[in-house]
Design a binder for this molecule. Structure first.
Ligand code: SF4
Length: 336
């Protein structure tokens, strides 16, 4: 992992104000060959005009920053709340080391570089004030993949430890990483309010669009390992991507998953076809004119692009019917 970090983060921008922060020091120690550049504010680099996200995705820089304005937000309408009332997400990291072609982050952020807010304790304080009068369901790995960055940042362990101590908090850690050593490590204590969520796609979709992420069969294996180690595990068949032969691809995915995983023991499962805000897709189409998934003729429904209704309904119902042979109905969530 050290080698991968070094290859990816050959340049690290660090806000002057957090040069001495213990987490900054720990991260920089893991990147001994990186060129360190001090900056005043992360936005000076992250929000520069005319950045090429496609080029940055081939050689991401790392930006270490302090979050001063809070980074806990109410869940967006395109996100699945899994029946939770107080649904929030947290952006303690912005951007992802993987490079899924359809990822909304490409439309949301002006840069492909990765920002890490090192002052996680201030984010915990922000959360404590919300937790004082309500139960919170918080997705901590939406705008990033924390598991994939765990060797470098250690946020997964910190989130698990914090959640274990606060009964009103349930978190979801979503990932496409193939790491299973974490779940077997006694320092990562399983907690029934820490849901590990794996997004799983058919092999042909992953090979074409989910660059650098673990293969679907690796994700199935680590999901199983996390379950065996006592973590609640969620499988997300979301976003479903339309392609020639999609029925065979998704059928074989369901067969693969449930020949290895006991569906009755999953925490839950989500199903949803690709959808995205119109503004994000507009930007992505400009940046990726050759991408089939980005340039599909989606329908705009109230500002969100999605598959035309006949395709959307057929895909989702096909998947729901396949999954319901293995997973109890009350554990299956469909995005509406
Ligand atoms: S793993 Fe998730 S967050 Fe990372 S690039 Fe893929 S879709 Fe985006």
């Amino acid at each position: 992992m050290k080698t991968e970090n070094n290859k990816m983060f050959s340049h690290v921008y660090v806000e002057r104000g957090i040069m001495e922060h213990p987490r900054t020091k720990r991260i920089l120690e893991k990147l001994p060959d990186a060129k360190i550049i001090q900056i005043d504010h992360y936005k000076d680099v992250f929000c520069r005009k005319k950045q090429s996200i496609t080029a940055q995705n081939r050689a991401k820089a790392l930006i270490l920053a302090e979050n001063k304005n809070g980074c806990i937000y109410e869940g967006a309408p395109v996100c699945q709340s899994f029946g939770n009332d107080n649904f929030y997400y947290c952006s303690c990291m912005m951007n992802c080391v993987f490079d899924c072609e359809y990822c909304y982050l490409k439309g949301m952020y002006p840069s492909g570089n990765l920002v890490v807010f090192v002052n996680l304790e201030d984010i915990f304080d922000e959360l404590l004030s919300l937790l004082s009068d309500r139960k919170i369901y918080l997705c901590v790995s939406y705008d990033a993949d924390l598991v994939a960055c765990e060797s470098l940042c250690g946020f997964v362990k910190d989130w698990i430890d914090f959640t274990a101590e606060h009964e009103n908090l349930t978190i979801e850690i979503r990932t496409k990483s193939g790491r299973c050593d974490l779940w077997r490590d006694s320092e990562y204590r399983a907690c029934d309010r820490v849901i590990i969520a794996y997004t799983i796609s058919p092999q042909k979709i992953a090979a074409e669009y989910e660059h650098h992420a673990a293969t679907p069969s690796e994700r199935i294996k680590v999901a199983k390992a996390a379950m065996e180690c006592g973590f609640p595990v969620r499988l997300c068949f979301d976003p479903m991507i339309y392609c020639p032969g999609w029925k065979d691809a998704y059928k074989s995915l369901v067969d693969d998953v449930f020949s290895q995983i006991d569906g009755t023991k999953l925490w839950d499962v989500s199903v949803g076809s690709f959808r995205i805000s119109q503004d994000y897709l507009k930007k992505m189409r400009k940046d990726m004119p050759q991408s089939a998934v980005v340039n599909f003729p989606y329908e705009n429904v109230n500002g969100y692009y999605q598959y035309p209704e006949n395709i959307r309904v057929e895909m989702e119902e096909f998947m729901l019917s396949g999954i319901s042979k293995y997973v109890p109905q009350e554990k299956i969530f469909r995005w509406k």
